[in-house]
Design a protein around this ligand. Structure first.
Ligand code: AMP
Ligand code: MG
Length: 405
């Protein structure tokens, strides 16, 4: 199968054809999942002032040095400091009662937690000797003004959003996220809300793909179903590209008599980068650019559609969204429970049921039969496992890379 592009080369060709979308400003509260377009520097120190990490007592180490459970040291409590208030300096030889997050009074160098103290009549008994710096959160410990807070290309998770909020950023500069057109094609297809007559089937790949796109945090643009005619597909492509940054075809990319996707694209000036890659399912995958926009022809069988979207479209979408180098998704290892035969020349994506035992090892059971139209199999699987190319017999006990589904 010399005419099949190696999957690694196919991935390289896809990523080569992708440029990040322009940057935009977004309010912080709607920026989760977006990728920073610029480095962000810290505007202020965090924490902004020395403060207590515990509810307890602020004091000087020297004043509590002699304390132990059997011979506690007693100090008078000279102030109570709640979070959000400004304390006075610590009276030498005394303790200040302090709450979590409250500023450390000048002169105090340690906090003794409430759990190792006993309070009575305006005094506190220290049941342990504190050490200088215990339970104190010092100004600038986490971040210093002017340090690099976050790098360009970073995806904004809840941690980053919290960090930016803590620094007072109301808006951030991020790349846009692509609108992704989904166009199904096939004379046999009816919308899934309709009853198919004999020989026809419901469009399941289109909605499945739209759901995957939504799960990525992007917006799917559903373009319905085009008939298996070159002119119908051409018109649908032109309409779809008006409203989207990426076009995903579902079906019509194989070698059947009525597979017109490729020829319709070619009449419009499509720059094809590859057609057909050495994987199963999803071998007929097509990729190229039309009017500089990425176009994927995904095979129409729903399992093939979803595998090719997950493996090839997702990294492309992440790069378009401003990601710089994505994490390898098939990074977990599992042990194959029983042997399985696969075609030697293909990288085989296997739908498996995975179970992690008490020893932390994950056992992988290949669901049988595997099939590119079997959505029931897909719904029963919780792991997508790579059966590597160059191997035909996957033996029981083999360690394979997989991704949780
Ligand atoms: P194609 O990729 O057009 O050669 O179609 C391959 C197989 O997938 C055929 O059995 C089609 O009926 C089926 N198929 C194509 N598109 C869809 C779709 N949107 N939903 C469900 N099945 C589809
Ligand atoms: Mg078809």
């Amino acid at each position: 199968m010399a005419d099949l592009t190696h999957p690694d080369e196919a991935m390289r060709l896809v990523l080569d054809g992708i440029r990040p979308l322009p940057a935009q400003s977004r309010p912080l509260e709607s920026a989760a999942g977006f990728y920073l377009s610029d480095d962000v520097d810290a505007a202020c120190d965090l924490p902004a002032f020395d403060n207590s990490a515990m509810d307890g007592y602020a004091l000087r180490e020297v004043d509590g040095k002699a304390a132990s459970k059997n011979s506690p040291v007693s100090l008078s409590i000279t102030q109570t400091i709640s979070a959000g208030t400004v304390p006075t300096a610590l009276v030498v030889g005394s303790a200040a009662k302090i709450m979590t997050g409250a500023p450390l009074p000048a002169g105090a160098d340690t906090i003794l937690p409430r759990e190792v103290a006993r309070e009575y009549e305006g005094h506190v008994e220290l049941l342990e000797a504190p050490s200088s710096g215990d339970h104190v959160r010092y100004k600038g410990d986490d971040m210093r003004a002017g340090d690099k807070l976050l790098p360009a290309g970073r995806r904004l998770r809840s941690f980053e959003i919290g960090l930016l909020a803590g620094q007072g950023f109301g808006e951030v500069r991020v790349h846009g996220r692509p609108r992704i057109a989904v166009l199904s094609s096939g004379d046999e297809l009816v919308p899934y809300t309709e009853l198919p007559t004999l020989g026809r089937i419901r469009n399941s790949s289109g909605p499945a793909l739209a759901a995957m796109i939504t799960a990525w945090g992007c917006t799917p643009v559903s373009c319905g179903i085009a008939a298996d005619r070159e002119d119908a597909i051409k018109a649908a492509i032109e309409r779809a590209l008006e409203h989207a940054d990426v076009l995903l075809f579902c079906g019509g990319v194989s070698v059947g008599d009525f597979d017109y996707t490729r020829s319709a694209l070619n009449t419009l000036g499509f720059e094809e980068r590859f057609w057909r890659t050495a994987i199963r399912p999803g071998k007929p995958l097509l990729f190229g650019l039309l009017n500089k926009k990425p176009v994927f022809g995904l095979p129409g069988n729903p399992i093939s559609t979803l595998v090719t979207a997950e493996v090839f479209v997702r990294p492309a979408v992440e790069k378009m969204s401003g990601s710089r180098g994505t994490q390898e998704p098939f990074s977990v290892m599992g042990t194959l429970e029983a042997s399985f035969k696969k075609p030697r020349s293909l990288r085989h994506y296997l739908f498996c049921s995975a179970k992690t035992g008490a020893d932390g090892k994950t056992l992988l059971r290949v669901l049988e039969p595997q099939g590119s139209a079997l959505l029931g199999m897909g719904a029963r699987a919780n792991a997508l496992v790579i059966g590597p190319e160059g191997v035909s017999d996957l033996e029981a006990g083999m360690e394979l890379r997989f991704k949780w589904l």
